[in-house]
Design a protein around this ligand. Structure first.
Ligand code: C5P
Length: 231
């Protein structure tokens, strides 16, 4: 399981994403669909990309009462996505309900990954805005352990946190890691970045790569380079 490159398709409409994906003739990259594309195009975009032969990580980060999350996850499961996610802050009860909703009659289900603390949240913001006064790392690990307890498959984290998560939750617990840049590439707005090769050494199971592939002059070659460096 794992060791794959997920391409973050952060496009705002269907024609852009389909035009981008049609460049890939032989390879069928794992695709991340985020809120922007899903909210503008609806579930049909998931069906369409799936029918083109891609695996899909649907990044909608659910966080609501357990019953609502359970029913919503059941809908996402019927869309046949391969991976989806939620906020661990929604509690263990919410995460257990999510697993229940995702699990199909035949016992199969998409992978379910938790967001611990968003990388846009600082320790100071946690303390002042949401009254969490523990160190950020401790909160991340506590949330990861809760996710594991609820039966989830892993967490989204920085490659720099991957070994800490594996030490706390086991090597089988997946780390899905954004913040990846080529050695000779532009960092953009990402601050703590690693190369695909470093992410591999640090133990990431899946790297999520957006602009280094989507904005490359040759996206197919950039994707292949990611695979070569990461696997
Ligand atoms: O273009 P780039 O490679 O920076 O894209 C990274 C993707 O991963 C984006 O879709 C971004 O929203 C997502 N992401 C992230 N950092 C997180 C969680 C998700 O960059 N902590």
């Amino acid at each position: 399981m794992g060791k794959d490159v997920i391409v973050a398709c952060d496009f705002s409409n269907k024609s852009e994403v389909i035009e981008f994906l049609s460049k890939f003739k032989e390879e069928k990259p794992y695709v991340k669909i985020g809120m922007e594309l899903f909210y503008s195009e609806g579930p049909e975009i998931v069906r369409q990309i799936k029918s083109m032969g891609h695996k899909i990580f649907l990044d909608l980060k659910l966080h609501d009462i357990p019953n609502t999350v359970m029913k919503s996850m059941s809908v996402l499961s019927s869309l046949d996505v391969d991976m989806c996610n939620l906020h661990a802050a929604g509690t263990i009860a919410m995460m257990e309900a999510a697993i229940k909703g995702l699990t199909r009659e035949d016992g199969t289900r998409p992978l379910l990954i938790a967001v611990t603390q968003l990388t846009s949240t600082s320790e100071e913001r946690m303390r002042t805005d949401v009254l969490i006064d523990k160190p950020l790392d401790e909160v991340v690990i506590h949330y990861a352990k809760n996710a594991k307890k609820a039966g989830l498959d892993g967490v989204v984290c920085s490659p720099l946190e991957a070994s800490m998560v594996h030490n706390a939750c086991g090597m089988e617990f997946l780390t899905v890691t954004p913040g990846v840049r080529f050695e000779d590439g532009d960092c953009g707005d990402q601050v703590r970045v690693t190369t695909p090769e470093q992410a591999k050494k640090l133990g990431s199971d899946y790297i999520v790569v957006g602009r280094p592939i989507t904005a490359a002059s040759d996206p197919v070659e950039a994707y292949k380079r990611c695979l070569r460096e990461f696997r």
